[in-house]
Design a protein around this ligand. Sequence first.
Ligand SMILES: [Fe+2]
Length: 252
Amino acid sequence: MGIEFAESDRTAGEAYLRAAAGVDEFEGYAHPHAARVARLAEALAEHFRLSRADRTSIVFAALLHDIGEQTMQRDYIKRDGPLTEAERLDLARHPVIGEQEAARIGADRAVQLLVRWHHEWFGGGGYPDALRGEQIPLGARILRVADAYAALTDARPWRPAGTESEARKHLGLWAGIEFDPSVVLAFLSLEGLPELRSFAREQRKEEEAVPEQTQAPTIIRRPFDDADDRREEIVHAGEQPAQSPWDAGTPS
Ligand SMILES: [Fe+2]
């Protein structure tokens, strides 16, 4: 994926690209995730006309955002199936461990803090610090949207890849709760980037011989959940999905 670095950032950028590839390999992802998040986040940072220094911090933090998971080396991260409550709480430490790891490998404080806050929710329901609204730096609000979209449009062992329209709808439903609505609006205006393409097509081609489910699984979420990681439960046709507060009153 074509990430361009200014001459002064090249050595660090290339080191973080290698670190990102290491995290993807640890996670067992079939497609690069961190570099895809970095490209999407960079496009958003350009949309908001952020300074070059801020754009660079956002790209570096995107590359390193889940490095804490690699540092933790937990077997459950790659296990198929839902996490126990204890595992979910343990995994919620990865942004803080990632902040420390980013410091250890020489990333500056801006990058460290964006890694720390990449799971903060605009409505205050995120972690590790339960920041709210503009207490969360714009860079971290950008990372949350880019990370969520990239995760939702790629397959994980416990769920298939969502389509682009499913992921866009998800961003809209959770705007104001998980996501900064202004970042969601900016994201929905992006076009033409190869990183926007969902891997669902590829997956469906692979699954052509398999009969389709009569009804798509519905993702239900609980407070402290987010689109990344295994904070989702999949329920199938016939089960009752939990309603998001945004479902009430939304015209169908
Ligand atoms: Fe994360």
